[in-house]
Design a binder for this molecule. Structure first.
Ligand code: ADP
Length: 239
């Protein structure tokens, strides 16, 4: 029975890994194909436009790196000991992810408000994994606001200090989460989206918990949701 349990646990982990990789990697792959096609069109012009073709190729390289970073990050979640933990500045991490997700956010009419507290303690973490968590929360927030037309779409990113470390929050003015779903959104495969996989939040929670932290969601009033990540501050002997 123990062997069977181990086998099932491994299969579940593999399934989660495969499904979340597929989900995450689709974005850079889509961008690679689009830029590849654009590059070919620039080269097919008479005369060929090499400058524009070079820009497309640069994008392809960038997106290729992004895909491999995603694979590295997800792999690391399941392979303890191979993680690259280092002291991290949470505000810096937030800035990096906002830069990485700029294209996704800018395609929608969204205002971004940041309220970042200076002089936060560092946390110990794997940069790529935590970027993945933060990126997922931002993409979910943007998706939750995509159908909103009767109010401002606001993505509110905050960082704050807590008695044990640091809190990062992603708040949106989107559809919100109904009472029935709120306890289930972190379950693997729970999704309310027609093409959703329901993997994102369960992977996010595993990553945050592996860092000794918590990830929680609440409804905002009168609308929207807030996701909060609490992480412990790095200890002096971690550095
Ligand atoms: P997916 O995005 O593939 O559905 P997730 O695990 O990321 O998978 O999210 C699970 C579900 O949680 C979503 O389908 C949605 O119903 C809900 N959810 C996540 N983030 C938000 C949000 N910011 N606002 C409202 N609902 C959300």
């Amino acid at each position: 029975m123990q062997a069977e349990l181990t086998r099932v646990a491994r299969l579940t982990t593999m399934g989660r890994l495969a499904a979340s990789m597929a989900h995450e990697i689709n974005q850079p792959l889509g961008a690679i194909v689009a830029n590849g096609n654009a590059g070919l069109r620039w080269l097919a012009r008479t005369p060929p436009n090499f400058d524009e073709a070079r820009i497309s190729l640069d994008q392809i390289v960038k997106e290729g790196h992004r895909a491999s970073d995603i694979i590295d990050g997800i792999r690391a979640v399941f392979r303890k000991g191979e993680e690259r933990r280092a002291p991290l500045d949470v505000n810096e991490l937030i800035g990096e992810v906002l830069r990485l997700t700029r294209a996704e956010i800018q395609s929608e009419p969204i205002s971004i408000r940041t309220e970042l507290l200076n002089d936060l303690p560092d946390i110990m973490g794997d940069r790529v994994q935590l970027q993945l968590v933060f990126r997922n929360l931002i993409v979910n927030a943007v998706e939750a606001m995509s159908s909103v037309t009767d109010r401002e779409r606001v993505l509110h990113i905050k960082s704050a200090i807590t008695p044990s470390g640091v809190r990062m929050a992603v708040e949106d003015s989107g559809t919100g989460i109904d009472q029935d779903s709120i306890d289930r959104i972190f379950d693997t495969f729970f999704t309310t989206k027609p093409h959703g996989m329901g993997m994102g939040l369960s992977i996010c929670r595993s990553i945050v918990e592996a860092h000794g932290g918590t990830l929680s969601a609440s409804r905002c009033h009168p609308y929207g949701s807030i996701f909060e990540i609490d992480l412990p501050a790095a200890k002096m002997d971690d550095r």
